[in-house]
Write a new protein. Structure first.
Ligand SMILES: Cc1cc2nc3c(=O)[nH]c(=O)nc-3n(C[C@H](O)[C@H](O)[C@H](O)COP(=O)(O)OP(=O)(O)OC[C@H]3O[C@@H](n4cnc5c(N)ncnc54)[C@H](O)[C@@H]3O)c2cc1C
Length: 371
């Protein structure tokens, strides 16, 4: 890959602002234009968060009057052009592709070099990554290498009308407040967003874009980590909460892990997944992968049934984008009723089994009619 065209040394990126505050964009960084998304893929599959981010990137680029670019890094035999073609249908205008043997399977060093070199060469204004294990690892090292700002785990992305900077909003102070962070004097402005926080954009079949092929300029001997083998975690992907269409979640109102089985039974009959609040996970009632909320998973199912859940803000931020929320709570003043679409004031230990048998009966009747 060519040498960076923009100065990237630390002093040039650190303008001494008034009263020590760096709020002015230095002249040489004003050339940075366009909104980029890093396309995350693993063993033949693009992570849906990349498409979700493309929907946001398109929105931001349209406000700025600029283009949407995607970065696709991978091995020589990986179908990166096919991933780019799909990215075009979700709103990308350009795809920057680097095929190299050292980019087969994610490793921090070559991916950091690949992404930072492309940023220095093509100078995007905004760079978005998924807040996944890979995205979090990569975003941090790219931001520190480029000496720019990174806002992690954003829940909203906008363009500040006055400064035209990326206004990246995320929960703070334990989720009790939302703060909006702007990187005014550095470029690119970086942000990560968790899967399912942003809506999936609609694909536009037949939409195309431009492909730019680049090179990496790194050899295996320069990389300290080696990828010897891929050993699948038997438990990974077993619980796919973020992408479930139906979720039945339980909270402390269920009183004990035995009662939590009522949640599993209703989820089974509805063909859905089981979620939980943090106290239930902390008490060891269910696996950590089932936690919904600020420090758990963000979900957007078609139906979210919340049983014995108070609706604390840290839980709410993880599930309030669900299409339909049904809350079951003994307390008519529980905060969950403020944002649930349907509320059942009642004892979850009685309501859950009643719903399970009603749905089971309804499904059996529907099956009999089909047969
Ligand atoms: C930094 C930080 C991060 C956090 N992250 C998360 C997170 O990611 N996810 C999360 O969930 N929480 C998180 N929390 C915890 C959060 O603040 C709440 O404490 C938690 O969500 C409450 O869980 P709950 O609703 O199960 O329990 P409770 O608040 O105890 O509510 C139980 C509810 O059940 C009702 N109830 C009681 N008996 C019955 C019954 N028989 N039938 C029906 N209803 C009944 C009660 O009226 C009550 O509303 C976080 C907190 C902090 C400080």
């Amino acid at each position: 890959m060519n040498a960076p065209t923009a100065p990237s040394a630390a002093p040039a990126r650190r303008p001494a602002g008034r009263a020590g505050r760096n709020t002015e964009l230095p002249e040489h960084l004003k050339a940075y234009k366009g909104v980029w998304v890093f396309i995350e893929h693993d063993r033949g599959h693009v992570h849906s968060v990349s498409w979700e981010l493309l929907g946001e990137a398109r929105k931001l680029a349209d406000i700025l009057g600029s283009q949407v670019g995607v970065v696709v890094l991978g091995g020589n035999d990986e179908p990166l052009e096919a991933y780019a073609a799909e990215a075009f249908t979700f709103g990308a205008d350009k795809a920057y592709i680097v095929h190299d043997p050292v980019l087969k399977g994610y490793r921090n060093e070559p991916f950091t070099k690949g992404l930072t070199d492309l940023v220095n060469k093509y100078q995007p204004e905004i760079l978005l990554l998924g807040a996944t294990s890979m995205g979090r690892d990569l975003a941090g090292s790219v931001a520190t290498t480029l000496l720019t700002g990174l806002t992690a785990d954003c829940t909203e992305l906008n363009i500040d009308p006055a400064s035209k900077a990326l206004a990246a909003t995320r929960p703070t102070f334990g989720g009790s407040l939302l703060c909006t962070i702007m990187t005014l004097a550095y470029r690119p402005q970086m942000a990560t967003v968790r899967p399912r926080v942003m809506a999936m954009p609609r694909a536009e079949t037949g939409r195309t874009g431009e492909i730019v092929q680049d090179t990496l300029g790194m050899v295996e001997t320069q990389i300290v980590t080696k990828l010897l083998d891929f050993i699948a975690d038997a438990h990974s992907n077993r619980i796919n909460l973020p992408y479930a269409d139906v979720i039945v979640s339980g909270g402390k109102g269920l009183k004990n892990p035995e009662n939590f089985k009522l949640v599993f039974e209703l989820a089974r009959v509805l063909g859905g997944e089981v979620g939980a609040t943090r106290p239930c996970v902390q008490a060891g009632w269910v696996e950590a992968d089932r936690q919904v909320g600020q420090t758990g998973k963000t979900v957007r199912p078609k139906l979210y049934i919340a049983a014995g859940i108070s609706g604390a803000i840290q839980h709410r931020v993880g599930m309030e984008s669900s299409d339909v929320i049904v809350a079951i709570n003994t307390d008519p003043n529980a905060p969950i009723f403020d944002f649930a679409h349907y509320g059942i004031v009642g004892n979850a230990l009685q309501v859950l089994p009643a719903l399970t048998s009603a749905f089971a009966e309804h499904l059996a009747k529907a099956r009999r009619q089909v047969a």
